[in-house]
Design a protein around this ligand. Structure first.
Ligand code: MD3
Ligand code: FE
Length: 220
């Protein structure tokens, strides 16, 4: 018998409850990255990317859009989840089926069953865009993991501890990498270093990150 040609890469544990699934998108199904990009194009027609303002008055360098029942927003009044897109006054576009598929399979591969995200934040980085160290604390269900999918240019991810001053480890997130953040890692400080200029064959000079969350306590 022939040896297996296909070697399933193991999830790499990066912290308590956090697993890096390298190249998960392309191993999930060949060409699935393009299906995700097509779905992003459909979402952005209804909910355009925009640079939101922080409560402190800074305009974010990352452009954002959302889909699903709830979307993460920030303005001078604060950070929160909203079921209405403040830019259009309409509900956010529905979560595309391919988004749900990749999020649920990745969660399962990392040992989290029954992950049903009700929110997907879509972050678009152009060269120089960054995300300062922060914690994700606006979700009402702290037991659900967060699943992140990286597409396009490689970014340097900074992963700290539970205190802002804990030293952050750095590692690369490449096109097709998925990370599942559960357990105590769910509340670790994290961020993205300024994106370096480069060219990606599918996305050009940009990186897109999808984060799937269970934001509302009363969704199934
Ligand atoms: C670790 N996004 O949207 S993804 C965010 O690449 C965010 O756009 C980054 O941080 C990005 O909030 C990082 C990886 C990530 C996402 C959520 C986490 C890491 C996380 C939540 C808890 C701990
Ligand atoms: Fe975050």
């Amino acid at each position: 018998m022939q040896a297996a040609l296909y070697i399933e890469s193991e999830p790499i544990k990066i912290a308590d409850g956090a697993y890096l699934l390298q190249g998960f998108v392309s191993r999930f199904e060949s060409g699935f990255d393009q299906r995700l990009l097509d779905a992003i194009e459909a979402v952005r027609l209804q909910a355009p990317f925009r640079h939101m303002v922080t409560p402190g008055g800074y305009t974010m360098s990352v452009a954002m859009a959302n889909c699903g029942r709830a979307g993460w927003v920030t303005d001078r009044k604060g950070y929160r989840y909203s079921e209405i897109d403040p830019t259009t006054g309409l509900p956010w576009p529905a979560m595309p089926e391919v988004f749900l598929q990749i999020a649920q399979s990745a969660a399962l591969a990392a040992g989290y069953q029954d992950f049903v995200p009700d929110a997907c934040l879509i972050n678009r980085y152009e060269p120089g865009a960054r995300m300062a160290l922060h914690q994700d604390k606006d979700e009402q269900d702290a037991t659900a993991p967060i699943v992140s999918v990286s597409l396009g240019l490689t970014a340097t991810f900074m992963f700290g501890g539970l205190q802002r001053t804990d030293k952050a480890k750095r590692f690369k997130l490449e096109h097709g990498d998925v990370v599942v953040w559960g357990g105590t890692s769910r509340f670790n400080f994290h961020g993205i270093a300024p994106l370096k200029t480069s060219m990606h064959p599918l996305l050009g000079e940009q990186r897109i990150n999808l984060t799937f969350r269970k934001a509302l306590a009363d969704s199934p």
